[in-house]
Write a protein that binds this ligand. Sequence first.
Ligand SMILES: Nc1ncnc2c1ncn2[C@@H]1O[C@H](COP(=O)(O)OP(=O)(O)OP(=O)(O)O)[C@@H](O)[C@H]1O
Ligand SMILES: [Mg+2]
Length: 224
Amino acid sequence: MTLLEINGVSKIYDQGENKIKALDNVSLKIDDGEFVAIVGESGSGKSTLMNILGCLDTPDSGEYYLQNKNVGLLSEGELTKIRNKTIGFVFQSFNLIPNLSARENVELPLSYRKLSKGERRRLALKALGEVGLCDRAEHRPSQLSGGQQQRVAIARAIAAQPPLILADEPTGNLDTKSENDVIRILTKLHQSGRTVVVITHGKKLARIAGRRITIRDGRITGGA
Ligand SMILES: Nc1ncnc2c1ncn2[C@@H]1O[C@H](COP(=O)(O)OP(=O)(O)OP(=O)(O)O)[C@@H](O)[C@H]1O
Ligand SMILES: [Mg+2]
């Protein structure tokens, strides 16, 4: 089954004189359960594409269907709901909230659900267990290593069990051991049926993904 599909998507950043075509007529289809790596040089449009796939940004032209819904026709409220239910995000810079514990960070996206406090806690601890961090639940981000912080961010992304994980350079700031941990976790998520889409410069991660999409100057040049 098709999970998402974009048709003829373009995105132009207009800075007066200087118009940058970050995405140029991009079309792409991703099925349920795929593990996709998006690769390409710096500035080629990968994050722009990821932001559109994650409903964090809208294209200037073209269409986006996520689970058969035309994203362009949704209201801001519907979009927030769909994003929260369907997508788990992982970023290069972890984006954890410093004054919350690991568990509290993981509980955050669950707060949009109508769940009891106990249930939220249970799901957060389960997600932390899946990334091997049960024993760090009450640590603050500053008390964790970079690799551990990224695992907390992954736990936060999966706590609400979204079908799609979008990760933008998840191993970009990590040492080799932590990189391997993150790769192992993403592989496990894929094996458990999640769709994983990951932007990466890392050769290892790109190799493990079942499909590699190459993007260059805002155009897909391979793998779509
Ligand atoms: N908010 C913005 N305003 C203006 N230009 C932007 C903006 N965001 C991105 N761009 C430009 O759009 C192009 C694509 O940027 P994008 O961030 O998608 O690249 P990327 O492939 O993710 O690069 P990197 O590997 O360095 O993260 C670049 O030329 C960039 O300078
Ligand atoms: Mg980027």
